[in-house]
Write a protein that binds this ligand. Structure first.
Ligand SMILES: [Zn+2]
Length: 289
């Protein structure tokens, strides 16, 4: 599942490809249309007509990211609005001459929303497992996940906010791993980077958040920032389905210290696994306390 670094890499590629491009027409896959015909709001979380009406004729003026969400600032006569996208488990964007030009056949088969650009290219959203989301909103604050989300890890307020929220009454009795995966505490940490950051900071994922000292929380915040930055530099992690806009894979998976490892990269001891917050967690009881 794409986490913050992978979404940031998609944003950077999309920025180069589509900023300034105008959208001429929208097409939806049969899967999306069928879902909507039975009022399930499949992938597109609003009426398809409304989505098309908003997006057609708009110009993409900026591609941004908030946590694991992408947002496109769209300009149209009469003002600006936002197109939001979450990649779910296996979403990917491609910019090609047409849908047929997507080289990876598995993604090509699973295109879901295709935006035809005025310059003749197509911006396609493909999703194999179909847990992604797209929708248009007016202001960013109209979207509840954004209004609740903590500031980005690069923001100067992120560290003090992080410490306050981890130790706050809502979280202090929960496992630290579950707490750092909550976007109201710090945005963008998913299952992989939670295991990696806790290992780097030497903190047991099962430890109660309220029992982690401020000093250790400072190390943990630093570890999250470092693991994000390293992953962005490495082109992200390609565990199963993540692809960049040109179909490229990342190499961060070769740099994991604990995630999906059998033995600890530091002491050589056995790596333990446990389900925390419904996801498999990897840790070393010797190096993490
Ligand atoms: Zn160890």
């Amino acid at each position: 599942m794409p986490e913050l670094p992978e979404v940031e890499l998609v944003r950077r590629s999309l920025e180069k490809e589509v900023e300034g491009a105008a959208i001429e027409a929208v097409a939806f896959s049969d899967f999306v249309k069928k879902g909507h015909a039975t009022s399930r709001k499949t992938l597109v979380k609003q009426e398809l007509d409304a989505f098309s009406r908003n997006v057609e004729g708009a110009t993409i003026s900026k591609v941004g990211r908030r946590g694991k969400y992408l947002y496109f600032i769209m300009e149209k006569t009469g003002g600006i609005f936002h197109m939001i996208s979450h990649l779910g488990m296996s979403g990917a964007f491609f910019v090609t001459d047409s849908i047929d030009g997507i080289t990876d056949s598995n993604y090509r088969k699973h295109w879901q929303v295709a935006l035809r650009l005025q310059d003749g290219r197509t911006l396609s959203y493909c999703d194999i497992r179909r847990f992604g989301e797209m929708l248009t909103i007016g202001r960013m604050s109209d979207f509840p996940p954004f209004s609740r989300m903590a500031v980005e890890y690069t923001h100067p307020d992120s560290l003090p906010d992080f410490i306050d929220r981890v130790r706050g009454p809502a979280n202090r009795k929960k496992a630290i791993k579950a707490v750092i995966m909550d976007s109201t505490v710090i945005p963008g940490v998913g299952n992989i980077y939670a295991s990696e950051a806790l290992f780097a900071a030497g903190i047991l994922p099962t430890r109660k958040a309220g029992n982690v000292s401020v000093k250790r929380l400072m190390s943990l915040h630093k570890a999250i920032a470092e693991v994000f930055d390293l992953s962005i530099e490495s082109g992200g992690s390609t565990i199963s389905d993540y692809r960049g806009v040109s179909g490229e894979k990342g190499s961060m998976q070769d740099r994991f210290h604990i995630y999906q490892k059998k033995s600890c990269s530091s002491c050589g001891g056995p790596v333990k696994t446990k389900t925390i917050a419904t996801r498999n967690t990897f840790y070393c009881t010797k190096c993490q306390r």
